[in-house]
Design a protein around this ligand. Structure first.
Ligand code: SAM
Ligand code: SF4
Length: 334
């Protein structure tokens, strides 16, 4: 049974967009150093006391669900480096009214934790993997990680999560030559491979010439494979395609070439408890400070509405984003 929602508090912004999806970053720390996510100079890890604790995360999640959030994704940094994460997952999955609990992971620790997170309530798993070549993957991530990541993927397949997606950030001159290899990789696996356009964040070597656009990727794949478009939810960030004769499917996340701001239904909660209404909009409101000052749920809901009220209609063009001040992706939570 769905919990009765507090209708006057539904998460509708000034442009009529209803928000039902919350991404919660559970840590800013990570066991990899992907150059496109972690700025060259590194980041200063947050003092642990600044992170939301599990009680705070659960309390905020309940407020969001009461306001209409139906789907939560855990992310980071790397969520699996957060101690005792399965305990948090159990607590979140018990929230009445929450329909999906998902996670994005780099899979370094997945072999070890897959069973526990599945048991605790994660049903939808996104795994990031940018190269099928061990040496190249090491260059991209800064760590020798191919074997543990592949073992993690195998374990996730063996457990049979209802949804497994593979996130591949496609970057011209870095891994664009692996487009066909990734498609071949999912031919006999129930995996949705999602090619993500490279997005600009602080000091991440982004420039427009390195964006391998959705149209170019699609055209190239279609020289060898037969793709047919699948229906997607209006708020979907990806364009999905069936792959003839395959178990897997192919998608494109077109954040740069065809933004999906018009149907955006997402909010983000950073690991230090700030709410962000848009990945590329630097303004944040600290729910953690309010919680620690004793705010009740009504006050928290008002702060969330205040932040939502500032959500821009659309993000600026890519070059403007690249020049703007914002936290790095690893600090925000992708
Ligand atoms: N550590 C986890 C992982 O890598 O899956 C979760 C956090 S990571 C920030 C979430 C997703 O954001 C990953 O799939 C990653 O590839 C993607 N990402 C990070 N920086 C990006 C960028 N500059 N452009 C596009 N996608 C990016
Ligand atoms: Fe870590 Fe994920 Fe960012 Fe790579 S993309 S540095 S794995 S948070």
């Amino acid at each position: 049974m769905m919990k009765q929602q507090n209708n006057h508090n539904r998460l509708v912004d000034n442009f009529g967009r209803e928000h039902s999806y919350l991404r919660i970053s559970v840590t800013d720390r990570c066991n990899l150093r992907c150059f496109y996510c972690m700025p060259h100079e590194g980041i200063e890890w947050l003092d642990k006391k600044k992170l939301l604790n599990f009680d705070e995360i659960e309390r905020l999640a309940r407020v969001f669900v009461n306001m209409g959030v139906e789907k939560i994704r855990l992310t980071g940094g790397e969520p699996l480096v957060r101690k005792e994460l399965p305990r948090l997952i159990e607590r979140l999955s018990a929230i009445e009214g929450l329909r999906y609990l998902s996670m994005t992971t780099n899979a370094m620790l997945l072999e070890q934790y897959a069973e526990a997170i599945a048991h605790a309530g994660i049903t939808h798993l996104n795994i990031s993997l940018d190269s099928l070549k061990p040496d190249r993957l090491q260059k991209i991530t800064g760590r020798d990680c191919f074997d543990p990541v592949m073992k993690g993927i195998e374990k996730a397949l063996a457990i049979g999560f209802p949804s497994i997606k593979l996130n591949v950030v496609m970057i011209a001159g870095v891994n664009e030559d692996e487009l066909f290899d990734f498609v071949a990789f999912v031919k006999d696996k129930p995996i949705n491979v999602r090619f993500i356009e490279f997005m600009p964040f602080r000091n991440n070597d982004w420039n427009i010439d390195r964006v391998f656009s959705y149209r170019e990727m699609l055209e190239r794949i279609e020289t060898r494979y037969s793709l047919s478009p699948l229906e997607v939810e209006p708020s979907a960030v990806a364009k999905d395609y069936a792959l003839a004769g395959a178990k897997g499917t192919v998608s494109f996340v077109t954040s740069m070439s065809e933004s999906f701001c018009g149907s955006c239904n997402r909010l983000r909660l950073t690991s230090d408890g700030s709410i962000k209404s848009c990945l590329f909009y630097p303004a944040e409101v600290s729910l953690r400070d309010a919680l620690r000052e004793g705010a009740d749920d009504e006050k928290i809901a008002r702060l969330i509405q205040f932040c939502l009220g500032k959500k821009p209609e659309a993000h600026p063009p890519a070059e403007e984003i690249a020049a703007a001040e914002n936290r790095a992706m690893i600090e925000i939570g992708g």
